[in-house]
Design a protein around this ligand. Structure first.
Ligand SMILES: [Zn+2]
Length: 576
């Protein structure tokens, strides 16, 4: 199968890059050399230079994305795997060094202070912190880190079990946790769990190496620990580690009790004495899983109807994606697991990838990724300079765009995917899922705070720190006799390995998305207009400003979480 991205409409012509540019270091280094050597004798020169650099960034990032998309659409094509590996192993380290050279040139420019703040203010701040933490010796460490991440991926991908006459990945096994028959769920859960545990030592070693590398990177850059370093590296200008710790406390105080209430209701409805880990995904009323569509065509048709009811402009975006074949939704052999939206940054168009399996969750995933793609389209229409969008989008707000769509779309499932009763059931599952998301975000984030502020820990200390953290935020399910399973549960969370400290963003975004949902239930028009306004600002404003543009409060503390817990509690009850 060949995926052709060259036929996509090119509505933004190149002003700086040659039309026949090839994605090879020889050609790219000439362009970086030209930018590095260019004379910046006036403010317009500097602005022009920034625009040209942006054009080059958009090109290189799009080329990276095309290779990434290809490698996930067809993991069994060695050419695609190799092309993406060649990018991460050979090209990316060189690009980092070349970009650092440009960063230094920017910092030294005498006209930097005269750039209009409205357009360049936040970008200037981002460059300042990138300059502060960049160390050439870290490039090699980061390359080793990404090799380890690939090793983690390979280890997890190779975890398969033979169940009911078929070889299945652990992800594929998870559908059996929805089986009404308890014996089946338990059998499937234990089988998957045993398989994962068989690799626990290998994964422990990979993680040890990663923690050590990351600690070294932080110390090279003059920080005491990796946590404090990553806050700067991730452009977290608007919150601190202690705000995150406050968020954990607020989750513990307001969301954990709600999560346990939900579990108690579940235990009662299932009619079991003790809730076990394999009882958490099944419908508590003993029903078969919801089945909202037959195939990808049905999923797209239903989603189009849902988005039609939300907003006309957003609906035109969705249709455009479908026409341009920017959706790869159906599960098939050789496709990587999971789902994502990636922006093709030069043509400024989104691409959605997922593995639909006829489940309720697939509808939510598609709408989630649609939220990301609306972000891409709205920034495109706004004509923002590239550095105010694309890869610079703050994830804390990018996920507001997506999670909002995931939640509010549920208001329109009746008559599109479900009857009234099933729509209520889907919305209840979503509300419960969001309560659990808050508690899981706090678990993963709090654990990482511990790991990177105790970099010399032993395996035993790490397992203990995990279990303590897990118990602090968990539901009421019992792990009696499954102590090892609980102690190593963290190894299944890929973020811990591949994108350290990327998780609190979901919690922050969830506060915003629930706020948009509450507004949407009061006044649809008004909520969607401010949603679009905020998305069209891209990365040009701070998080509190983006939240405010969407009509939301920027608050991660107990007051906000107490209110959200109340709203979620009444939603869970209302849909019952
Ligand atoms: Zn997302």
């Amino acid at each position: 199968m060949v995926f052709d991205y060259s036929s996509l409409p090119r509505e933004f012509s190149r002003r700086y890059l040659p039309q026949d540019l090839k994605f090879e270091w020889g050609e790219l280094s000439r362009l970086y050399g030209e930018l590095a050597g260019r004379d910046l004798g006036s403010l317009p020169d500097l602005e022009r230079w920034l625009a040209d650099e942006s054009e080059l960034d958009a090109y290189t990032y799009e080329q990276r994305t095309i290779r990434y998309i290809n490698s996930t659409r067809q993991t069994d094509n060695p050419d695609f795997t190799l092309a993406y590996e060649r990018y991460t192993e050979e090209l990316e380290p060189r690009l980092k060094v070349a970009k650092f050279g440009l960063l230094q040139k920017y910092a030294a420019s005498q006209f930097r202070g005269s750039l209009p703040r409205d357009t360049y203010g936040l970008e200037d701040l981002r460059r300042k912190s990138a300059l502060l933490i960049f160390r050439p010796e870290n490039v090699e460490l980061e390359r080793t880190e990404s090799t380890l991440a690939q090793k983690y991926q390979r280890t997890v991908a190779a975890m398969t079990v033979n169940y009911r006459g078929q070889e299945r990945t652990l992800q594929q096994m998870s559908k059996f946790y929805e089986e009404p028959e308890r014996r089946v769920r338990e059998e499937a859960w234990r089988m998957a769990d045993q398989r994962a545990l068989a690799d626990r030592s290998a994964l422990d070693v990979i993680y040890d190496q990663m923690v050590k590398l990351r600690d070294e990177e932080a110390r090279n850059a003059g920080f005491d620990n990796f946590r404090d370093y990553i806050f700067v590296k991730k452009d977290r200008f608007d919150y601190t580690p202690s705000d995150c710790i406050g968020f954990h406390r607020a989750v513990e105080e307001y969301l954990v009790p709600l999560s346990r209430e939900i579990d108690m209701e579940r235990r009662e409805r299932l009619g079991v004495d003790t809730l076990r880990p394999w009882d958490l995904r099944v419908d508590p009323g003993g029903l078969q899983p919801l089945s909202p569509f037959e195939d990808a065509t049905g999923l797209v048709r239903g989603a189009a109807k849902v988005v039609d009811q939300i907003d006309r402009k957003l609906s035109s975006y969705f249709r455009r994606m479908s026409e341009l074949e920017l959706l790869d939704l159906e599960s098939r052999k050789g496709k990587a697991p999971g789902g994502y939206q990636e922006e093709l940054t030069e043509v400024k168009l989104p691409f959605i990838f997922m593995n639909a399996a006829k489940r309720d969750n697939d509808v939510r995933t598609l709408l989630h990724e649609c939220g990301h793609s609306f972000h891409t389209f709205l920034m495109r229409d706004e004509g923002l300079p590239y550095f105010n969008g694309g890869a610079n989008l703050p994830l804390e707000f990018a996920e507001v765009a997506s999670i909002s769509m995931e939640i509010i779309s549920g208001e329109h499932y009746e008559g599109t995917f479900y009857d009234a009763q099933d729509a209520r059931r889907s919305n209840k599952e979503e509300a419960v899922g969001n309560v659990k998301l808050f508690t899981w975000v706090a678990t993963i984030d709090a654990f990482q705070h511990w790991v990177y502020t105790h970099p010399d820990h032993s395996h035993e200390e790490r397992a203990k720190a995990w279990v303590d953290t897990f118990n602090r935020f968990s539901g009421i399910e019992s792990y009696e006799g499954l102590e090892s399973s609980r102690a190593y549960r963290w190894q299944r969370q890929l973020h811990l390995f591949e994108v350290p400290f990327y998780y609190i963003e979901y919690g922050i975004a969830l506060t915003g998305a629930l706020g948009i949902w509450a507004r949407y239930r009061r006044d649809r028009r008004e909520a969607i207009e401010s949603y679009k306004d905020a998305l069209s600002l891209g990365a040009s404003r701070s998080l509190p400003e983006l939240f405010s543009a969407a009509g939301l409060e920027w608050d991660l503390g107990p007051r906000a979480l107490n209110r959200l817990a109340d709203e979620l509690r009444s939603a869970v009850r209302g849909y019952s």
